[in-house]
Write a new protein. Structure first.
Length: 217
């Protein structure tokens, strides 16, 4: 979704309201979520290497276990910067909670930044598609990781992380689906909510977090 002058539309307090109004008029089930739980928070994360490391740690594990590993990393380094990360050896990273694969991903990301092959700050100026492509050119950064960065950090209004399990579970509940939708099915569900899919995602996560449930691992 691009605003006038080809600038991406961002989720702000004002545009969140616009998106919710659009979604409520278009979808009765989403309107019900708004009525029951109210508007979702504008969850956001700071731009930079540390956030990408944290999202990589969150791949296919619970948010709690990823946070614990990130907190240990922060305790080890003080500040999670690429230059400092490259000083850590395999044994230290394993003790902190990195798998060999994720340690490799975060090392490669750090090296790409330090060597000037990847400029993380430049993502803000790119379209959704270009920023996603740039992120996914990095080893270990797939579609879900890129979309979470676009949604939470860059706060783009029409990003839809169809590989997110909590989002799929919430969509199943809200839409009354017989089973949890696959990423492909969730992509189809979300297509009806363009150009405010990131607002719909926040609303579905708001529903998900507002109901007691077991932690997803």
């Amino acid at each position: 979704m691009m605003a006038a002058g080809s600038q991406p539309v961002l989720v702000t307090k004002k545009t969140l309201g616009q998106g919710l109004e659009f979604l409520a008029a278009k979808d009765a089930e989403l309107a019900s979520v708004i009525e029951v739980h109210g508007p979702p928070p504008i969850w956001s994360r700071p731009a930079g290497y540390a956030t990408l490391v944290k999202i990589i740690l969150e791949q296919q594990v619970s948010l709690a276990s990823a946070k614990a590993a990130f907190d240990r990393l922060e305790g080890e380094l003080g500040t999670v910067e690429p230059e400092l990360f490259l000083t850590l050896d395999d044994a230290t990273l394993k003790r902190i909670g990195f798998s060999r694969q994720k340690a490799g991903y975060c090392r490669e990301l750090a090296a790409a930044i330090v060597e000037g092959r990847f400029e993380i700050g430049g993502l803000r100026k790119m379209s959704d598609e270009a920023a996603r492509e740039e992120l996914m050119s990095l080893k270990g950064v797939g579609r879900w990781t890129a979309d979470i960065y676009l949604l939470m950090v860059l706060r783009r209004a029409d990003v839809w992380p169809s590989g997110d399990l909590a989002l799929a579970k919430a969509a199943q509940e809200v839409k009354g689906l017989a089973s949890t939708p696959s990423p492909e099915d969730l992509e189809e569900v979300g297509s009806a909510w363009r150009p405010w899919r990131a607002v719909a995602a926040r609303l579905l996560w708001h529903h998900y977090l507002s109901r007691p449930r077991a932690v997803i691992n």
